[in-house]
Write a protein that binds this ligand. Structure first.
Ligand code: NAD
Length: 518
């Protein structure tokens, strides 16, 4: 988290050289990379492949086999066998210390191959190294936190309750069985860890469906899981398109629980499918984050900090700031500070030294963002920085310039999540007016208040209709505090990264017992 004492600058790239191990992994001896099912690489019966590319150069990184209905069924069957155990102990019966030991071994192997993961994030995901390195640390942080939770939460029989003279009852907590994590492209390592570690440590076997734009890190993790000694079928990875592979997972009646992270529209569609099969679902979805800047804030400092958070992963971060409501007495200076911050961002290839704004992930995203920039003006936003396509010499990537608009309370020119360095700034006359405008969005993921009066900030922050409310910071995430959404940004469940997340991957039954009659 940046503070006023440090120089406020955007997350920045160091020069990155592709490690040979990553190249070898992608090349896979000249064969497409298969899905990982039952501890083995499988090609897929559809004979369909897709390519994953570097968004900053459009260079093809790897060819991947797409998993269809038959492979999903095969994976569910392998995961189910691993859960129950063929003859003897299944993953559900493995002692928690043994599960923890395997998770720790996997983390060690990930750290051994840190460069490969950084290459996945930087080259496949299009990130600058400063962000990719931070993301990588989440593998250990997440695993350690949930190892701690797993040792604390009592699985199995709960305390007995005497029910009248004749009966007693108790709760019985157990893992669901086969659970699936459907992952978006913007934070592949982080979101795979957030799903996989609590689910596995609770005793479930997992199917991981990485996004089609960033499948490499999950496939690599699955290879390391085999090396770490996870029993076959405990961790399965099913690459493919959402409407093919993802849909087959959602349709499979033996997938007991789905953890979905992605856009609200897709999450709602999967929920309807899950409802048909009685599959439980956890949903962590998009946002259109807001910041309220009170009249005692320094517009220069806060303007730059808000700009830094807006630009995190070029605005392709679910909780980041896209709507700013600023006290009218400092609005002109704030807009100027943010304009200067955005205008100074170094647009470039994400693996080149100094880049702060790289390419967006794919051409569909580029089209959507450019369209949103035009719509912001059509809806009445006053252009401060107009965006538009950007060129990076020698690189054929999806580059776009930052966009900033000034607006008024009557003009909503930023109604839906735009996944880029894109923000609207609206001058307001009171904190109450700002809160009403911030809370008028159907999203509710992340929001912040910026003020020297921290106590007042805390009181106002609690009034956001968002899962994460911050004072003088944004995009902060800590294990032990829930990260989830309200409104269309979330669904039922405890969010991620807290004890309730672990409980989400378990179910509780009530067991009643009386003596045999007679
Ligand atoms: P997306 O909804 O398009 O896709 C997410 C995943 O769902 C992908 O793996 C995709 O293949 C799969 N999918 C798509 N259609 C499917 C279907 N019919 N059935 C099953 N699976 C299907 O999202 P995206 O574009 O990959 O990611 C960006 C979105 O994710 C943004 O809205 C962002 O805000 C959100 N996000 C939210 C969080 C959070 O924690 N709340 C974190 C990161 C990203």
């Amino acid at each position: 988290m940046a503070t006023v004492a440090t120089e406020i600058q955007a997350l920045t790239a160091a020069a990155f050289t592709t490690p040979a191990k990553f190249t070898d992994f992608c090349h896979n001896g000249g064969q497409p990379l298969g899905g990982i099912v039952g501890g083995e690489s499988i090609a897929g019966s559809m004979n369909a492949t897709f390519q994953t590319t570097d968004p900053g150069s459009q260079e093809v990184l790897a060819t991947i086999c797409e998993m269809g209905e038959a492979e999903v069924a095969q994976a569910v069957s392998a995961a189910s066998r691993a859960f129950h155990g063929d003859a003897g102990q299944g993953w559900r019966d493995v002692d928690v210390q043994e599960r923890i030991a395997l998770v720790n071994k996997l983390v060690e192997l990930c750290e051994r191959d840190r460069d490969v993961f950084l290459a996945c994030e930087i080259l496949d995901g299009g990130k600058v190294s400063e962000l990719a390195e931070g993301d990588f640390t989440q593998i250990r942080a997440c695993a350690e936190y949930f190892c701690g939770v797993a040792q604390k939460v009592a699985m199995g029989d709960g305390p007995a309750l005497q029910i009248g003279d004749e009966a007693r009852g108790f709760t019985y907590r157990e893992p669901w069985g086969v659970v699936a994590g459907i992952i978006p492209w913007n934070y592949p390592i982080v979101l795979t860890s957030w799903f996989m570690f609590p689910a596995l440590l609770a005793g479930n076997t997992v199917l991981i469906k990485p996004a089609e734009d960033t499948p490499l890190s999950a496939l690599y993790i699955a290879q390391l899981a085999i090396e770490a000694g996870f029993p076959p079928g405990v961790i399965n990875v099913l690459p493919g398109r959402g409407e093919i592979t993802g849909q087959c997972i959602a349709e499979h009646p033996e997938v007991r629980y789905i953890s979905f992270t992605g856009s609200p529209g897709v999450g709602q569609a999967i929920l309807r499918t899950c409802d048909r099969h009685g599959t439980r679902m956890k949903r962590e979805m998009g946002g259109n984050g807001s910041a309220i800047v009170l009249d005692d804030a320094d517009p220069e400092v806060v303007g730059r900090l808000v700009g830094r958070y807006t630009n995190q992963h070029y605005g392709q971060t679910c909780c980041t700031i896209h709507r700013v409501f600023v006290a009218s007495n400092i609005a002109d200076d704030f807009v100027e500070a943010q304009r200067a911050f955005f205008a100074d961002l170094k647009i470039g290839y994400q693996a080149d030294e100094g880049t702060q704004l790289g390419a967006v992930v794919n051409p569909t995203q580029r089209r959507r963002i450019l369209q949103a920039q035009e719509e912001a003006v059509a809806r009445g936003g006053q252009m401060v920085l107009g965006g538009g396509a950007a060129e990076v010499s020698g690189r054929d990537g999806f580059y776009i310039k930052p966009a900033l608009y000034r607006t008024t309370p009557e003009v909503d020119c930023n109604p839906a999540e735009v996944f880029h360095t894109f923000a609207t700034v609206c001058p307001v006359n009171s904190a109450e007016e700002a809160l009403a405008l911030a809370n008028s969005s159907p999203y509710g993921l992340g929001a912040s208040i910026w003020t020297r009066d921290v106590e007042r900030g805390v009181a106002l922050a609690k009034q956001f209709r968002d899962g994460t409310c911050q004072v003088n910071c944004h995009n902060s995430i800590a294990y032990g505090l829930p990260y989830g959404g309200q409104g269309i940004s979330g669904g039922p469940g405890g969010g991620v990264n807290c004890e309730e997340t672990f409980l989400d991957y378990t179910q509780v039954k009530a067991v009643y017992v009386t003596d045999y009659p007679g």
